[in-house]
Design a protein around this ligand. Structure first.
Ligand code: PEP
Ligand code: MN
Length: 313
């Protein structure tokens, strides 16, 4: 790409450079989809169950998340599962439920696309296409989403370096689609207390290196619901532009990832804590109930767009 600078052999002080393959000569970018802007002072909260399991339970969950101030609904219709015998999602039926939830709540929707042939189908039902950890280097899929103009959330491969991750993003960008956000979701290490090790240093590292907004998934990284709150707070403190949190109405009976899912009560207790952390670092997390009652809503949104964090949070 023309705006990628060649890798210099040495930096200005004559010190040999680190092994970076990519240097971006472009400003930080914000990306918008479904009424949400990533990369502004607002930290975008995305939440929902791992998978869409049934119409009624998903719609009820979506409404309660909307009332809490969540900005983007998550839910897998096509689920990549480690075992071929696990629940793999409702497929097209799940997509229809997601679209119905989007219609009912007015919220944006993020969902995973597994197969290059499904990109347009999934994009017709969702605002953000998730490429999951297991597919970070599925080049056919990266090329397909690179051809379209849909916002892509590229999760970090569970054994990928930041550089490999950025090169995966480059496969999307090379096709002409620069509407990319990166999602840190933990990497595999020798540690066994957590499902993965959340690499929070990746947030400032990537924000320094690349123009893309960076969000954090504290659910798949920790694998345990009791750890999610602490890691979510830490993610906001370290500068994440958004959070992707698994929330299930009844985690004990979830068809996937129940162990790491918060229930709605736990999630609603966490949100004010996240708002306080956001405020402490000059960011904000929206409170929908307050916004809709507040006569200053338009001004608040304007301030967000102008890059001014609202001190009311
Ligand atoms: C998910 O978000 O549903 C998911 C499967 O995550 P990951 O790709 O990070 O494992
Ligand atoms: Mn999951």
């Amino acid at each position: 790409m023309s705006d990628l600078l060649p890798v210099p052999e040495q930096d200005q002080k004559g010190t040999p450079t680190m092994d970076l393959q990519l240097r971006y000569d472009q400003p930080k970018q914000t990306v918008a989809a479904g009424g949400v802007i990533f990369g502004s002072p607002e930290v975008i909260v995305m939440a929902g169950p791992c998978a869409v399991e049934s119409r009624d339970s998903y719609l009820a969950c979506a409404r309660s998340l909307m009332e809490m101030g969540v900005r983007v609904l998550r839910g897998g219709a096509f689920k990549p599962r480690t075992s071929p015998y696990s629940f793999a999602g409702l497929g097209r039926e799940g997509l229809k439920i997601l679209a119905e939830a989007r219609e009912a709540t007015g919220l944006a929707v993020v969902t995973e696309v597994l197969d290059p042939r499904d990109v347009e189908l999934v994009a017709a039902h969702a605002d953000i296409l998730q490429i999951g950890s297991r597919n970070m280097q599925n080049f056919a899929l990266l090329h397909e989403v690179g051809q379209g103009g849909h916002l892509v959330m590229l999760k970090r491969g569970m054994a990928a370096t930041c550089e490999e991750w950025l090169l995966a993003a480059e496969h999307i960008r090379a096709g002409g689609n620069e509407r990319i956000i990166l999602c840190e979701r933990g990497i595999r290490t020798f540690e066994t207390q957590t499902r993965s090790t959340l690499d929070l240093s990746a947030v400032p590292v990537l924000k320094e290196l690349a123009p893309y907004p960076v969000v954090v998934d504290p659910s798949h990284s920790s694998g345990k619901s009791e750890l999610v709150g602490a890691m979510a707070r830490a993610a906001v403190a370290v500068g994440a532009d958004g959070l992707l949190v698994e929330v299930h109405p009844d985690p004990a009976h979830a068809l996937s990832d129940g162990r790491q899912s918060l229930d709605p009560a736990q999630f609603s207790e966490l949100l004010p804590e996240l708002r306080r952390v956001a405020k402490a670092v000059g960011r904000l997390i929206r409170d929908e109930e307050r916004d809709t009652r507040s006569p200053g809503k338009e001004t608040q949104l304007l301030k967000i767009k102008q890059g001014v964090a609202n001190d009311d949070y």
